[in-house]
Design a protein. Structure first.
Length: 278
């Protein structure tokens, strides 16, 4: 396939109920999405809300490529506190159940806590082992539901923000239904996008596509920041990557039609690069 499938995350409408956002996405020319799990957008704890979203997606001809599991500092699958860790795992399992109802293919998950800095080596290793144990439980739940679990590379200033952390977890989990989702903006902020792509390439199933200027996670449209998209596409071609790409664009206060225009422009921009570098 010369042009990889390109969809959009509903995270750009995280303040809007998904039942209102889905028609906007369809009318904006997209039928492939990643579902965002912000409670203001989709209450994944509410089976009725999830069912209604799934029914509307099917009626509009929209496919859920992926479901982004919740992330917050309080949701820590690596917590040394067994009660807090169990609660975090429970949140992930509820999210996986919602993904299954929506007929999603993937569940995307942040594998570490939303905390800055790396702890001392002993604490880091202990947390990594606890995270792996939690992820094994989540992966098994996904497998039983026919889902694939994808670990997303985190921002480099966070506790599990180095690509070696991802590789450690992938090696510890050893489940066939586990892979990675590369966030291009997060990887670019590591100052070595090419190395991150190379190291994750054997596990790569999809991309979160966004740009930045190298100083903060601004989720600009591709081409608005400093990422060399031609080089990235050529590298991904070498590894026989086939997509999909999911645009993760910031909600900058634009009107919904403006957001969708930015998404279409981004898709066109990437499509032209992919057509050029077949």
């Amino acid at each position: 396939m010369n042009t990889w499938p390109c969809g959009i995350s509903t995270g750009c409408f995280y303040k809007t109920d998904i039942l209102e956002a889905l028609p906007i996405v369809r009318d904006g020319g997209f039928n492939l999405i990643e579902v965002c799990s912000f409670p203001s957008h989709l209450d994944y704890h509410d089976p009725k809300h999830v069912r209604e979203a799934g029914q509307l997606m099917r009626s509009l001809g929209i496919e859920a490529n992926s479901f982004h599991a919740p992330f917050a500092e309080r949701i820590d699958i690596s917590s040394p506190d067994p009660l807090l860790r169990a609660e975090a795992v429970r949140e992930m399992l509820i999210a996986c159940d919602a993904a299954s109802v929506l007929h999603s293919r993937y569940v995307v998950l942040h594998p570490g806590p939303e905390r800055e800095g790396k702890p001392p080596p002993e604490e880091w290793y202990h947390r990594m082992r606890l995270s792996a144990e939690s992820l094994i439980l989540v992966a098994a739940h996904c497998r039983d539901a026919g889902l694939t679990l994808l670990l997303e590379n985190m921002l480099p200033h966070l506790m599990f923000g180095h690509v070696s952390d991802m590789l450690f977890l992938l090696g510890a989990i050893r489940e066939t239904n586990v892979g990675t989702c590369l966030d291009t903006g997060h990887a670019f902020l590591s100052r070595d996008l090419r190395t991150v792509v190379h190291k994750l390439s054997g596990h790569l199933r999809m991309l979160h596509v966004n740009d930045n200027l190298g100083d903060s996670d601004t989720h600009l449209s591709p081409g608005e920041g400093a990422i060399d998209w031609i080089s990235l596409v050529r590298q991904l071609r070498q590894w026989n990557f086939e997509g999909p790409l999911i645009l993760e664009l910031a909600d900058s206060g634009d009107c919904p039609t403006c957001i969708m225009q930015r998404a279409r422009d981004a898709r066109t921009y990437l499509g032209e690069i992919m057509d050029r570098w077949k």
